[in-house]
Design a protein around this ligand. Structure first.
Ligand SMILES: [Fe+2]
Length: 354
């Protein structure tokens, strides 16, 4: 196993070569997990992981999870995810038509394996009814993070190439170096800043035909999340998902926009950005979804990738608190506890009582 730093991603990002999943030990995988938490973006090149075994390995980092199931279970007072799915698929149940559409779409994108559920296909390949079998079925994807406008967003993403990956890229922008580079006084301002979020169609991909967009990215307009947070690996940076960021609490729209323009000028620079243009189908990309943005460029025709959104609980000794501002730290504790209990995620490290 060889770890090399990714050239062109500032202080973060590593490639790992020579990983053989058939002979990998749990200890070696944990080591990779810890390297990943410190590097934000970890690209395991040309490996022999298959989608059949992906879930098992990722579960050893932390459980997969989806905010949309939590939200719908709360909305309808349903305590089992299995029941929610059954009601979503039933024509006669009391679930709203729009929510049924979201559940059905999400289920259609699932890759089932003998290890269980939790893998979503990312693909535009159509089924025999002409419907897309994966998320993000076409075009380039602009800078975004997943579950961007939710306080309890999922912190990690594992994307495994399936086929026709060459000719496209997955790109990353890490915000940690930028955060460290600004003046101390501006950094204190950023620390206090709270961003407001709003769903705007076309902000991820202007041509995308995907009803899950709002539900996944910004179910509630006006949601507030602090600008500066801490990644699961303890790195401070910006939670600044361009797909949903709308304004700054206490600022007019014009003031917010001019601040964003100033930040963008210094943040979206080559030094912090790395676009990984695939050279093989079998790359496994592990990426931070807290203070790192991602995007997709290039040609995606015939492309198929497998995505798991997950926690890092198995690598953490204690509860991970992303927020520094008390108001949000308290709310996060409450929200994530309810989230984890509702979905029955056993491995999650919840905050200690008191
Ligand atoms: Fe994404």
């Amino acid at each position: 196993m060889k770890v090399t730093s990714i050239d062109g991603m500032g202080s973060y990002g590593v490639y790992i070569d020579g990983v053989d999943f058939e002979h990998l030990t749990d200890e070696q995988w944990r080591e990779i997990g810890h390297i990943h938490m410190k590097s934000l973006v970890t690209i395991i090149r040309d490996c022999n992981l298959t989608c059949e075994n992906q879930l098992g390995w990722i579960r050893k980092l932390g459980e997969p999870r989806h905010g949309l199931y939590y939200r719908l279970m709360k909305k309808y007072g349903i305590t089992s995810m299995g029941l929610l799915v059954r009601l979503g698929l039933s024509d006669t149940s009391g679930i709203d038509a729009e929510d049924k559409g979201v559940i059905r779409e999400h289920i259609r994108y699932q890759q089932s394996t003998s290890e269980g559920a939790g893998i979503a296909r990312v693909s535009g390949i159509k089924n025999d009814k002409g419907l897309s079998t994966g998320l993000f079925n076409d075009g380039e994807l602009l800078w975004h993070s997943n579950e961007a406008a939710t306080l309890t967003f999922v912190p990690g993403v594992a994307l495994l190439g399936g086929k026709c990956m060459v000719g496209s890229s997955t790109g990353f922008l890490q915000t940690a170096d930028y955060y460290e580079s600004v003046s101390e006084s501006f950094r204190s301002e950023l620390d206090e800043m709270v961003l407001t979020h709003r769903y705007t169609e076309g902000k991820i991909n202007p041509i995308l035909n995907d009803n899950l967009g709002r539900s996944n990215m910004c179910p509630v307009d006006g949601a507030e999340i602090p600008m500066v947070i801490m990644s699961p690996g303890g790195i401070k940076g910006l939670h600044y998902p361009l797909n949903t960021v709308y304004g700054v609490r206490g600022m007019s729209k014009a003031e917010s926009d001019s601040l964003f323009a100033e930040i963008n000028e210094h943040l979206f620079v080559d030094y912090y950005i790395y676009d990984h243009w695939y050279k093989n189908d079998g790359d496994l990309l592990l990426f931070d979804n807290s203070i790192t943005l991602h995007r997709r460029l290039g040609n995606v025709s015939g492309r198929l990738a497998y995505r798991i959104q997950h926690d890092y609980s198995e690598l953490q000794d204690d509860f991970w608190q992303p927020y520094f501002q008390k108001e949000f730290a308290d709310k996060y504790k409450e929200d994530i506890t309810d989230f984890v209990e509702t979905l029955g995620i056993q491995s999650f490290k919840l905050p200690q009582a008191g």
